[in-house]
Design a protein around this ligand. Structure first.
Ligand code: TYD
Ligand code: MG
Length: 452
């Protein structure tokens, strides 16, 4: 009898171990190890998926940028780096109910309208449920084929037979390969099935969208390795509580990362938001202390975001510090700098900071925005509503230069802002001075002179 070889896999990160472990040495999670069978090369699948390639001189290989499929949904094309690259595998992650299935059905419908044959494979919903969703979003093209299937072998066969131009797998956690005995959704299955599907994409040139669920800690469920295997990772940011949905490029082999696409969930599906700056500022309070606008770069596009904070004396021994949308430790650091350099005693204050609209900011340019917002709230003095600020803040209170200044100022001017506080060290076109008044500062003390 053939002996089945098994190993233990961490269900969180995919770490492999010959024996069971309580705590994963790789990701630190407890109680995640499950025994899974190791892939015994199934000749039926692996032979079929071989490339049988021979080496070629690089100048003999043809590839042009035109090999992109434009979806027609501009925000989607943007996050993909200008359309779907032929033969690529794209992982789309996000919380349950955030709109992954809806968005991809819409993408397929757009392509189907352009006379492309596209295939939507679902292991989550029945054909009837998919039809109902399709009706809401107006997906009714005969070129949009729906297959309800979870068996990998049949999925591969159908893709080969139909040779659609784009395929969506909803979701990768439901796909099951009978070559492995472990349950669908386990690390072994996810790795195996996605590996086969990615290889199939590469071989046939059919781009594949793989939808992936997200675990409670926010990473794409199953192995991190999945992120390394695919070409592009798109991720729905935030939770489903806002009406709008932000989709961000986490990784892209064929375009810029950190690009975002903004959509709004309506009755008839996701509608793109073409002017995100205006969108994020619509509910901005007028003349409120603690609110300030920062032109931040999201990928290649500047977007104006509002930073809000509330600073109030604490009733507890240990003041509370909450930051949503920015790094918590970055805020603590800036609080210490304000305390020390500006002489504003924030040590005994509760501090709540929020980036309005559920967007996440991790570029240093928002530092000056965080500082301005905290100072404004602490002093209870509103910042002029026509002012934007940006710049990195160093530990000694110096304000440092950042990249892509012109494009940020341009966006602020376009949205009607009249004053801009920016680092002194950066040179920029003085032409802007006519439209928007520039205040160049080198330290936080100078910030106080111009802020109010
Ligand atoms: P869905 O695409 O099923 O999410 P996911 O695949 O990420 O789990 O989205 C479901 C949510 O979207 C659900 O709460 C209903 C809402 N929705 C609308 O508001 N309008 C629509 O037109 C559709 C299709 C869904
Ligand atoms: Mg879904």
């Amino acid at each position: 009898m053939k002996k089945i070889k098994t190993q233990f896999f961490c269900q969180n990160c995919g770490h492999q171990s010959p024996k069971w472990l309580g705590r994963c040495p790789s990701c630190g999670e407890w109680n995640q190890f499950v025994e899974e069978e190791i892939r015994t090369n199934d000749p039926a699948i692996s032979l079929e998926l071989q490339f049988n390639g021979t080496p070629l001189p690089i100048d003999a290989i043809t590839a042009d940028e035109k090999e992109r499929i434009i979806t027609g949904i501009a925000e989607m094309d943007r996050v993909l780096g200008g359309g779907i690259v032929v033969g690529s595998a794209i992982l789309v992650g996000g919380d349950p109910g955030i709109g992954k299935s809806t968005l991809l059905l819409q993408v397929l419908q757009c392509l189907a309208e352009k006379e492309m044959k596209v295939l939507y494979i679902s292991g989550e919903e029945s054909a009837r449920q998919i039809k109902l969703r399709g009706t809401r979003i107006g997906a009714s093209s005969k070129n949009l084929l729906v297959l309800v299937e979870i068996a990998l072998e049949n999925i591969i066969r159908q893709i080969k037979e139909l040779s659609p131009e784009v395929v969506v797998i909803d979701s990768i956690q439901t796909v099951y390969s009978s070559a492995l005995s472990s349950a669908p959704g386990s690390v072994g299955q996810v790795r195996e099935t996605s590996g086969s599907l990615i290889l199939l994409s590469k071989k046939t040139g059919i781009p594949a969208f793989l939808i992936g669920h997200v675990t409670k800690d926010g990473s794409i469920a199953g192995p991190k390795v999945l992120e390394h295997m695919v070409d592009t990772v798109l991720y729905f940011e935030g939770d489903g509580e806002h009406a709008y949905r932000i989709i961000r490029t986490i990784k892209n082999r064929y375009g810029p990362t950190n690009e975002i696409g903004v959509f709004e969930m309506r009755d008839n599906g996701l509608q793109q938001v073409s002017n995100p700056s205006g969108f994020f500022l619509t509910e901005r309070p007028e003349g409120a202390a603690g609110s300030v606008v920062v032109p931040s770069m999201e990928g290649t596009r500047p977007i104006l975001v509002e930073i809000q904070s509330l600073v109030s004396p604490t009733n507890l021994g240990m003041p509370r510090r909450t930051a949503i949308g920015v790094d918590h430790s970055r805020v603590s650091l800036l609080v210490a700098v304000i305390d020390r350099i500006c002489g504003l005693r924030l040590g005994n204050q509760d501090i709540f900071l929020n980036v309005a609209g559920g967007i996440k900011e991790d570029e240093p340019a928002v530092d000056l925005g965080i500082v301005s917002s905290l100072i404004s709230s602490f002093l209870d003095r509103p910042i002029d509503s026509g002012t934007v600020v940006f710049g990195e803040v160093g530990l000694t209170g110096e304000v440092r230069g950042i990249s892509q200044t012109e494009i940020r100022i341009k966006e602020a001017a376009r949205m009607g802002f009249k004053r801009c506080i920016l680092p002194r060290t950066i040179s920029c076109n003085t032409l802007w001075e006519k439209k928007i008044k520039l205040f160049r500062i080198g330290t936080l003390r100078e910030l106080l002179e111009h802020l109010f």
